[in-house]
Design a protein around this ligand. Structure first.
Ligand code: NAD
Ligand code: UDP
Length: 315
């Protein structure tokens, strides 16, 4: 099996490449490193079954040779990143997805789109099942990400209907773990970095907004199961344990033994108030469910960040 992973040098993509290599796949990672890094590939960069192609998917996906699967993850994913490159994010979600799906169709390969819970916007239905159409502000700052993913879902569905493309849509909910960028502004790396540095944890708004966070190994296992299934999706991949953001911050303080406090800063515009996946489809059709509990996942994440920040703190 030769699998192309776009966005493979990113947080989720690098774990996906690693697990695919371990299962015996040949893996081609296509990435322009805009938010990802070659450091994420360190564990397997010299592996004989691994190739890295530096390319921007908005210009094409230049992969030669056989292709059995295309797992399309390339896209800035952290609000800090996509708000900083709005038009580029829209182009990556639209044109980039068209190019990745074209590659899959040329080879008759299975295509997986890494979509997001953000297609539900600030949801009015709770928890969110795949049948919910969402509540997205189409002109708000977050729309560059949300609408690009909604377009990508529409494009994927149209190619399946019109050309018989073999596709599946995964709607990934907040995922965390080692290899997140310390500076990407997302909640867990921000809180862990702040706690380890003994700085106040910056809670947006009053911190009563909720998220349901899934450890990266669970998410990756779900994506691989979906790629290997004959489902078309969309299928939610996430952990339904829902917590207010300020409680998550508290958990991180406890785990790190930090004496830092919480500081409440301005709420982010259009920040979804609640988010929790309904994972009945993944459970029943895929036999998938998350296995790593919050405490364990956070502990592994804290250890990883601590190992990287310790030398700097010692200086
Ligand atoms: P990430 O930013 O770490 O990874 C994205 C990768 O895509 C990076 O390596 C980046 O360099 C690459 N990339 C971006 N634009 C590109 C382009 N035009 N051409 C080639 N490469 C490009 O983010 P992540 O958290 O690993 O997210 C991966 C995917 O999963 C994204 O599609 C994201 O929308 C989706 N997702 C992630 C989460 C999450 O919580 N991590 C939740 C929902 C959906
Ligand atoms: N958040 C926060 N402080 C931070 C970063 C994020 O309170 O330093 C909040 C953010 O406003 C949101 C939640 O944490 O309510 C999750 O944010 P993240 O950027 O991780 O993901 P997303 O908003 O895409 O779900």
């Amino acid at each position: 099996m030769r699998t192309v992973v776009t966005g493979g040098a990113g947080f989720v993509g690098s774990h996906l490449c690693e697990r695919l290599l371990r299962s015996g796949d040949r893996v081609v990672c296509v990435d322009n490193l805009v938010t990802g890094s070659r450091d994420n590939l360190e564990a397997f960069d010299g592996h004989p079954a691994f190739e890295f192609v530096e390319a921007d998917v908005t210009e094409g996906v230049p992969v030669r040779g056989p292709v059995d699967r295309v797992l399309h993850l390339a896209c800035p994913a952290s609000p800090r990143h996509y708000l900083g490159m709005p038009t580029r994010t829209l182009l990556t979600g639209s044109l980039g997805t068209q190019h990745a799906l074209e590659l899959a169709m040329r080879h008759g390969a299975r295509f997986l789109l890494a979509s997001t819970s953000e297609v539900y916007g600030d949801p009015l239905v709770h928890p969110q099942p795949e049948t919910y159409w969402g509540n997205v502000n189409p002109i708000g700052p977050r729309s560059v990400y949300d609408e690009a993913k909604r377009y990508a879902e529409a494009w994927t569905s149209a190619c399946r209907r019109e050309f018989g493309a073999d596709t599946v849509i995964a709607r990934i909910f907040n995922t965390y773990g080692p290899r997140m960028r310390a500076d990407d502004g997302r909640m867990i790396p921000a809180f862990v970095g702040q706690a380890l540095a003994g700085e106040p944890l910056t809670v947006h708004g009053d911190g009563t907004q909720t998220r349901s966070v899934c450890y990266v190994d669970d998410t990756v296992r779900g994506l691989i199961a979906l790629a290997g299934s004959d489902l078309a999706g969309p299928v939610n991949i996430g952990n339904p344990q829902e917590l207010p953001v300020r409680q998550l911050a508290g958990e991180i303080l406890e785990l790190t033994g930090s004496t830092a406090r919480l500081t409440y800063v301005e709420a982010a515009e259009d920040d979804p108030r609640r988010r929790c996946p309904d994972i009945e489809v993944a459970r029943t059709r895929l036999g998938w469910r998350p296995l790593v509990g919050l405490r364990e996942g956070l502990a592994r994440t804290v250890d990883w960040f601590a190992a990287r920040t310790a030398p700097a703190l010692a200086d």
